[in-house]
Design a protein around this ligand. Sequence first.
Ligand code: ZN
Length: 375
Amino acid sequence: MTPQDIIDSEAYYESLSVYVVNGTPAAARLSCGGVIEACLAVARGELKKTFAIVRPPGHHAEPDEHMGFCFFNNVAIATRVVQLLTPMKKILILDWDVHHGNGTQRAFYDDPSVLYISLHRYESGQFYPCGTFGSMVSCGEGPGLGYSVNIPWPEKGMTDADYIHAFQQVVMPIAMEFSPDLVIISAGFDAADGDELGECHVTPTGFAHMTHMLASLAGGRLVVALEGGYNMDASASSAVAVARVILGEAPPELPPQIATEVGTETVYQVAVEQSKYWKSVNPKACEPREDVTENTFSIPEILKAHRQHYLYSKHNMLQVPLMTAEYEERFGTQVMCTNDLLENKTLVVFVHEFGNLRVELNKKPHATCVSSTLI
Ligand SMILES: [Zn+2]
């Protein structure tokens, strides 16, 4: 392209969120070729694990459309090459980039040989790449139905605990049931703590733990391929943490982890959806806790309230304030008078107690006394 070509095409490329210079085609091919080589080396047993540190990224690139900083879908293309050239046929692609990998999901949407699992910000389809393709009910089609798994976060701010909860309840059960020959991580680091685009809080230790869990699959055949990530320091320290695990180190210790309410709810809903396709996913095991709220009343309290309401609405009777706090607490709602109390020369006082009302609750005999006896 001439400099003028680049200026002329700027609006077109900007509409797709891609930016090009003369070196872009060569860089895009190098990046894609790098991921292909990394995958082939592992699939052929030449290396146990690899980390392809490449740019431009690939997971937004659709089969016939470049978009979102991506030109070729590095991971999707490498997956097909591995299937064509090696005995590795069942491949798991785990995409933890904060954006949905629409291109990768599209490439294998009807293909049961590739399991695509993505954790990403979704926000009702408002977060890039927008639309409903990354929703939790977007699960594949035809023979590929059930082989696209989306864990769509409804808001920013997700934590290590949320990601690990999703891994324990959804990602790993499905991955183990699928039993892949090779695992590829679409490793964007834009969900990292400190990334201003992703606005989430996954720490290097969190990434290390996710890598460690995925490394237990496929006999340890694991390829990590760089995708997004816009805070250089956060991307670098996260990548180092992942690399350490690839080199065989145990992930560092995590403090006690409790998933957020939003994370728990999302994982539960995804589990409900995915349990249609995967026997190992158990929604009951991750049902959000519903704390019992203080909204129980005793039968005498309900009867007192009913009587008070009845006397007021039927006979216009009002509650009489009592002299001490102690009386108020004990008889507060029980002393009522007609509103001509101060004018009428005759005062009639009815005093009565609750009569006998017998109820049975939960099979345990319970006796509650309620009176309707007038004295
Ligand atoms: Zn991203």
